[in-house]
Design a binder for this molecule. Structure first.
Ligand code: 5IU
Length: 271
């Protein structure tokens, strides 16, 4: 049961460099908190990341929503990643045929594979999506998460769909390092083994509200990490709120989620 072990011990058995980097970063910073920075201006994007940087293991981006995107933004993001020691995860949610996703991942304006340690994909096209993305990402030492479940009300990613996603991951463990999901996937599907250790990164985390007006549903770090065995909590608006200039509030929220996530983990490994 991987989730009873420490992040540091788990880092030692992972072969994928992005999975190792994430686990080592979590251990080093004592943070299983990821911040999701969904803002549309480059300035706000960089400001928020600089403020939350010390408290997070990972920054999750949606670069396609940034109105004034330039390649320089990526250089600055990478400089912040080096300054604050965090992993970068572009939440691109690829969903096309292998040939198309390999181009979307490597090329275009954003050239995601060249800077994002981790990205993710919907399993809906079948294993060919992993083949397409790994042809680009594996030589660069990148890692992929499959979307096994979603946090939204009425999500279709349940039951047999989730099981099929997990089986697809098991066939491709060199590149697929885990899942976006709401719980651990140990024992899901027929081919589960006790050696497997998929990372579970979980969005839909909030301490103050239960959801938003567009179907998002929040659970607490304790529910996510302790009760459901997930590895990383992904928090967006709960940390940066509505006003990216409120630095003090962003710092205090980031610290609050970092502590809550870490406490839940310490409780979990106690067994
Ligand atoms: N996100 C979800 N739920 C999911 C998946 C992704 O919320 O099931 I897959 C993304 C969307 C957003 C972030 O970028 O995680 C959550 O932001 P808030 O904490 O602001 O709701």
């Amino acid at each position: 049961m991987a989730h009873r072990r420490t992040y540091g011990d788990r880092a030692k058995v992972h072969k994928n460099p992005a999975a190792r980097l994430l686990l080592e970063t979590i251990e080093r910073k004592q943070s299983n908190l990821a911040v999701s920075v969904d803002v549309v201006s480059a300035k706000d994007f960089l400001n928020i990341i600089d403020v939350v940087g010390p408290f997070v293991c990972l920054v999750k981006t949606h670069v396609d929503i940034i109105e004034d995107f330039t390649p320089q933004l990526i250089t600055e993001l990478q400089a912040l990643s080096a300054k604050h020691d965090f992993v970068i995860f572009e939440d691109r949610k690829f969903a096309d045929i292998g040939n198309t996703v390999s181009l979307q991942y490597s090329s275009g304006v954003h050239k995601i594979a060249s800077w994002s340690h981790i990205t993710n994909a919907h399993p809906v096209p079948g294993p060919s999506i992993i083949a397409g993305l790994s042809s680009v990402g594996l030589p660069l030492g990148r890692g992929l998460l499959l979307l096994a479940e979603m946090s939204t009300k009425g999500s279709l990613a349940t039951g047999l769909y989730t099981e099929a996603a997990v089986e697809m991951a098991r066939e491709n463990q060199d590149f697929v390092i885990g899942f976006i999901a709401q719980r651990r996937m140990d024992g899901v599907g027929k081919n589960s083994t006790s050696e497997e250790d998929f990372l579970i990164l979980t969005p839909g985390v909030g301490l103050d509200v239960k959801g938003d007006s567009m179907g998002q549903q929040y659970r607490t770090p304790e529910q996510v990490v302790l009760e459901s065995g997930c590895d990383v909590i992904i928090v967006g608006r709960g940390i940066y709120g509505k006003d990216p200039s409120l630095v003090d509030s962003i710092v205090s929220q980031a610290k609050r989620y970092q502590v809550a996530g870490w406490q839940a983990y310490l409780e979990r490994i106690k067994g």
